[in-house]
Design a protein around this ligand. Structure first.
Ligand SMILES: Cc1cc2nc3c(=O)[nH]c(=O)nc-3n(C[C@H](O)[C@H](O)[C@H](O)COP(=O)(O)O)c2cc1C
Length: 301
């Protein structure tokens, strides 16, 4: 981005507007407070068609679904996502676990990065420097299969799109506002049992801990991107100064070359002496007599 604030793109990978979006909003709040500007692409109000594996992008570098008429159906939102991705400095993805992996809608989004792969590995385009990305994983918990499939898929697809997935943060158990913490059935027998209160307290403490971690992570990511930007700026300045120095040296060398050439030529008698060194130098022209401003114009002197 050209603005002096680093740009962070927030993607929510959930098909609904709930826990992932609530978590993304918290992270975003802290990132903005720390000096970033943010963009959102939340899948609850976007539609991305799935890759058909047609292979056209390997020939053209462009997806046939992006910008096509889609047989008269409305465009999907890929081009919007593409523009946001192209201009961002860093990426925050908040995605839910669906059987240890991503929901179909989020997988469809990641699969649409295939043209990046084609450009790089089929067409031989040079890769741009990788930008940082972070993945926040949300889940209800209780699934013994963890989140390795989701992290692995995201890491692979993001690498192709020019991002380095630097952090995966586990927010399994994070609740959207209004979600009541789960209470074990045996504690609900007698209404307000002590077990129920203790359980709710634990859930509240856990939720507050989640929220603090989200705020810390958002602020830290924005500060990190500011540092990256500062370093890039210094790198550019260094390159400019180095280029100026090179140009200066080249000029100095060229001048020295002329002087040396002149000295060598003079030593060889080629320059600095007239061709007919034997003949006497021409007499300088006599200076004009100064005019007497008081003398009449026609007066003879
Ligand atoms: C089809 C499906 C599969 C799910 N699989 C898991 C899972 O493997 N692990 C887990 O912790 N939660 C799982 N969940 C729960 C969701 O991850 C959880 O509800 C999360 O809050 C969804 O994010 P959202 O509220 O932003 O939609 C699953 C939910 C659905 C609908």
């Amino acid at each position: 981005m050209s603005s002096d604030k680093p740009d962070i793109l927030f993607i929510s990978g959930s098909p609904r507007s709930h826990a992932c979006e609530a978590l993304a909003a918290l992270i975003e709040q802290a990132a903005v407070a720390a000096g970033a500007q943010t963009q959102r692409f939340f899948l609850s109000n976007k539609h991305i068609d799935p890759c058909m594996g047609c292979g056209a992008c390997s020939k053209t570098g462009v997806c046939v679904l992006a910008g096509s008429s889609r047989g008269g159906r409305p465009q999907d939102d890929y081009l919007e996502l593409h523009e946001l991705i192209e201009r961002t400095d860093g990426l925050v993805i908040v995605a839910p676990l669906y059987f240890a992996g991503p929901p179909a809608q989020f997988k469809a989004l990641l699969d649409r990065f295939q043209p990046y792969w084609a450009k790089r590995y089929v067409q031989g385009e040079d890769p741009a420097p990788k930008r940082p990305a972070q993945l926040f994983i949300v889940g209800a918990g209780g699934d013994a299969h963890g989140h390795a499939p989701l992290s692995g898929i995201a890491k692979s697809a993001l690498a192709v799109a020019g991002f380095n997935l630097e952090k995966v943060l586990n927010f399994v158990g994070f609740k959207a506002k209004g979600d009541t913490p789960a209470v074990p059935p045996e504690d609900q027998r007698d209404g307000i049992s002590l077990g129920r209160i203790a359980q709710m307290r634990r859930a509240l403490v856990a939720q507050r801990d989640f929220e603090q971690r989200a705020l810390d992570a958002g602020g830290a990511f924005a500060r990190y991107l500011l540092k990256v930007r500062e370093k890039d700026q210094l790198q550019k300045e260094l390159q400019l100064v180095e280029a100026e120095l090179e140009a200066f040296k080249a000029d100095a060398d060229a001048d020295e070359g002329v002087d040396e050439g002149a000295n060598a030529a003079q030593a060889a008698g080629e320059v600095g002496a007239p061709a007919d060194t034997e003949s006497a130098p021409e007499a300088p022209e006599a200076p004009e007599a100064p005019m007497d401003p008081t003398a009449p114009e026609d007066s003879a002197t």
